[in-house]
Design a protein around this ligand. Structure first.
Ligand SMILES: C[S@@+](CC[C@H](N)C(=O)[O-])C[C@H]1O[C@@H](n2cnc3c(N)ncnc32)[C@H](O)[C@@H]1O
Length: 271
């Protein structure tokens, strides 16, 4: 691949040619990031997750919402805690390493190595979770598909809880590009590599963090992390046509009241 194609601003929602969540090497670094109890990286810090699980179990009490589907469950940090409270959780993730880890921690939950855009359930779950702003990495077509599939997967009266970043997270953020040499290898590759990092901004609050990695044989890989920063109105516009019956907003997945200036927003939908 030509260098210019590795680093230029891509068309909106251009896919990765290189997979990072399920890459054998990178997924180990991702797992370490998930399991770092004080770091808000691949998962939030464990204090937040504990508060979040407490709030989820108040919002969706065990007596009524026993069966949970945890989409993008990672190594099962939420699923495991919820199972300890008595819920039955099916966790889905397309990182084999995370799913293997989750299975070793807990034999009662079900963990599936699968793309959650391909789920096919009908009236099976009381509660669906999609946590740590994963909804907004998807394209509009994928988001619509996922919301429809989740609605179908939920039982009547069941809930979906998910979160997104808001424009407050990107306030003052500009397009940037920088590069570095990693002579000892690093997060993206165990061998020496050059990394060219860019932040690109598109219309309608769409952002891209792009990592172009060039190894010592001059092979290039581009990792793209898309994110749409959602306002309440943008979320309402997407959700209303799908057919959920109730929509509630919070500032985060631990139930903080909604405030526009918060960097995240949590949405609770009911079927
Ligand atoms: C930001 S992490 C959040 C993990 C977990 N929800 C948490 O908060 O601890 C996103 C997770 O979603 C998974 N993921 C992303 N897209 C996915 C997809 N289309 N299908 C299945 N898993 C996906 C990744 O492998 C990763 O484990």
């Amino acid at each position: 691949m030509r260098l210019i194609d590795l680093v230029k601003k891509p068309d909106i929602y251009t896919k990765n040619q290189c997979n990072f969540w399920d890459d054998t090497y990178i997924s180990q670094n991702m797992l370490n990031a998930h399991l770092n109890s004080s770091w808000d990286a691949a998962s939030r810090n464990f204090d937040f997750i504990d508060q979040s699980v407490e709030w989820i179990s108040q919002n969706a009490p065990l007596g009524r919402y026993k069966k949970i589907l945890d989409l993008g469950c990672g190594p099962g940090l939420y699923s495991e805690r919820l199972n300890k409270r008595g819920y039955f959780v099916t966790g889905i993730d397309f990182s084999k390493r995370s799913i293997d880890y989750a299975r070793k921690q807990n034999f009662t939950n079900t963990y599936l190595y699968q793309n959650y855009l391909e789920i096919d359930y009908e009236n099976e779950y009381d509660l669906v979770l999609l946590i740590y702003c994963d909804y907004a990495v998807l394209s509009p077509v994928e988001r619509k598909l996922l919301l429809q599939k989740i609605l179908r997967a939920l039982k009547k009266g069941g809930k979906l809880i998910f979160d997104v970043f808001t424009p407050a997270r990107y306030e003052g953020k500009k397009e940037t590009m920088s590069w570095s040499i990693n002579e000892e290898g690093g997060f993206w590759n165990p061998r020496p590599y050059i990394s060219i990092e860019a932040h690109y901004i598109y219309d309608n609050h769409v952002h891209l963090d792009q990592h172009a990695i060039i190894d010592e044989e001059d092979n290039g890989c581009v990792y793209r992390i898309w994110d749409t920063a959602f306002t309440k109105d943008m979320i309402l516009k997407e959700i209303e046509p799908i057919g959920y019956s109730q929509i509630d907003f919070y500032s985060d997945v631990s139930g903080n009241p909604f405030r526009e200036e918060f960097e995240t927003m949590c949405i609770v939908l009911e079927k």
